[in-house]
Design a protein around this ligand. Sequence first.
Ligand code: AMP
Ligand code: GLY
Length: 427
Amino acid sequence: MNVLVVGGGGREHALAWKASHSTLVETVFVAPGNPGTAAEPGCRNVDIAVDDFTALATFAASNDVGLTIVGPEGPLVAGIRDFFDARDLRCFAPSQRAAQLEGSKAFSKEFLSRHEIPTARYETFTSFIDANRYIRAEGAPIVIKADGLAAGKGVVVAGTVAEAVDAARVMLSGERFGDAGKEIVVEEFLPGEEASFIVVADGDSALPFASSQDHKARDAGDTGPNTGGMGAYSPAPVVTGDIHQQIMEAIINPTIRGMAADGIRYQGFLYAGLMIDETGVARVIEFNCRFGDPEAQPVMMRLESDLVELCQRALDTELTTVELAFAEDVALGVVLASGGYPNNYETGHEIRGLAEDIDGTKLFHAGTREDGGRVITAGGRVLCVVGMGSSVREAQARAYQRVDAIGWKDMYCRRDIGHRAVRRESG
Ligand code: AMP
Ligand code: GLY
């Protein structure tokens, strides 16, 4: 059979690359894909946009596609699973109702508190007057979030009351986030270390992928503006065996069971963004109804099991019969971005050094485009270079060795991806 991967970023490159290794698969189609997936043996790009459900379903039906895997949140929240189901096409993705766990922060916060799953204390507001009063009563630091999807930019961690009030005013005015901000969540600031905990769920149960950690801030030392992610590595040493068990028992399993009890079976990847405090207690910061980007890149590098078989079993609610295997090695991915990202940046610059392969590394494309035989930049996050190694330090050194062979005008990357794990490793 063939597989269709929906999306065109770094996460989809990693998912398509991994799917292409499946013994069950002839061709992995990627819609729309990128120059990285175009060059991947066993993969072929199809020029269909991620939100054109009719064209995607028609393509799947007429090209022996036995399984569609969806990368980005946009089509998930818009109901691609329901659309494919209605046409009897197998699509591994949460339904539109299930995807509300990411699509609406108000929905997910209400769900978490009703099912007593650990998360930050919060209130939701549609009125600025009420939000203002609450923020002033709570004090800073405090966190303000737009309800809907805002491409990772709808969250303000405010260090002062003035900053929080300002963020609430801007969001509720509808000026910057439109409808996504007409309701806001104001929540308690959680101190600690973040980790990404991604599972595959079949509606009844869930199986965890290896843990990972993402660097969301743009600049060195985790400072600067929030981004989609500047790099990620797996495993995340903060998730010890005990904490892993706690996360499954107190967060993941109650979420899958709670959704089912609410009449919304959750099938698909589920990403819990967690804050782990100094006593080792994990709380949910957010849910995503999809794999992480850039977490997918290092996690797929370590996954030894067949991704396509895994998705098929999950669709058939047979996850209890599956075991996942991961390489012992550490995988560490560095995102190469356009200078200025996540704010204004230029595109269209030619990328040098793409062919310089280095053992123990793999290059995933994200915002790139082919232009008359050259590959040029076409987005904020352009590439993700993953290094593998028996230690974080080794994986990091390999990744940066390959990074140093790549360049374009105004290329930007962090030089300290994995710094917390390196520090833990050094004891
Ligand atoms: P989100 O889009 O909800 O993941 O938020 C983006 C980032 O803001 C997270 O990765 C955290 O670094 C930070 N953040 C969100 N909520 C909180 C919170 N309640 N306490 C501390 N930091 C938070
Ligand atoms: N890396 C964060 C995300 O995928 O949302």
